[in-house]
Design a protein around this ligand. Structure first.
Ligand code: HEM
Length: 226
């Protein structure tokens, strides 16, 4: 079958990585904009959390849409990891003798950190969901009150440092990831290359900056209302 043949081929695996990565890029961009509602106020960001649960509820029931999104995200991340693992194995098998000195000339810092960066982001994600969605490792979690949950969490400078570090790693992963994704999907061709490079750069810088603005603002007391 064509799908199985594609899955077995190296290019097929890269396409799966690119498509699942694209799903997550879309999610982080929307999530970052959703978070910026913090600056509008508690009603705005809490209303967004409520909206995500009531959207389409006539058809899918309360939180039904959110569960569909969660299912897509979990499937995408699992496939992304599986493909990363298989491509790494193929890469290592193609040169069984390790280079004595690595040639980093054509590799950027961001491309060299993809594997460990990916593992770190995965660990961050598990921590983050327990922290902000399940709430069991949050000091004072309240259901459907992201404003309160964020303000309480980011009073702690250690949490802020951890989240900022995770967003820097995310930025590096996004930079190389978005660029590779565009190449795999064949979007790059000579005249558009420079523009697409800038798109990858803009996403890799603006998304982490948007995310980081929130914990930093809370730590500095900006936008915090009783
Ligand atoms: C400073 C950075 C971040 C902050 C402050 C933040 C904040 C939040 C908050 C408040 C929630 C709960 C929302 C709700 O209950 O409706 C949440 C959920 C979530 N966040 Fe983040 N987030 C950040 C970064 C990220 C990143 C980088 C990712 C992905 C790589 C991510 C993925 C998720 C996921 C998957 C959920 C669970 C959504 C659900 O299933 O309900 N977050 N985040």
């Amino acid at each position: 079958m064509a799908v199985v043949a594609l899955y077995r081929s190296t290019i097929g695996k890269k396409v799966i990585m690119a498509v699942t990565g694209f799903i997550w890029v879309g999610y982080v961009v929307l999530h970052m904009f959703g978070n910026l509602k913090y600056f509008v106020g508690a009603t705005s960001i809490n209303g967004w959390a409520e909206f995500l649960r009531t959207f389409g509820q006539d058809i899918l029931g309360y939180s039904g849409f959110l569960w569909v999104v969660r299912l897509v995200l979990v499937s995408a991340v699992l496939l992304h990891i599986l493909m990363a693992y298989q491509l790494t194995q193929l890469d290592w098998a193609s040169r069984p003798v390790r280079y004595s000195g690595r040639n980093y000339l054509s590799a950027t810092f961001s491309s060299r950190t993809m594997r460990w960066g990916g593992v770190f982001i995965l660990l961050f994600l598990v921590y983050h969901i327990l922290h902000m969605t399940v709430g069991n490792i949050h000091p004072n979690y309240e259901e459907l009150k992201p404003y309160h949950n964020l303000v309480v969490a980011f009073r702690d400078p250690i949490q802020v440092v951890f989240y900022v570090a995770a967003m820097i790693v995310l930025g590096l992963h996004l930079y190389h990831g978005v660029w590779s994704m565009l190449q795999t999907l064949g979007v790059n061709s000579f005249p558009r290359n420079a523009t697409l490079h800038r798109v990858a750069q803009a996403i890799a810088i603006l998304v982490p900056l948007g995310f980081i603005s929130l914990p930093l603002a809370i730590l500095l007391g900006i936008g915090v209302r009783p």
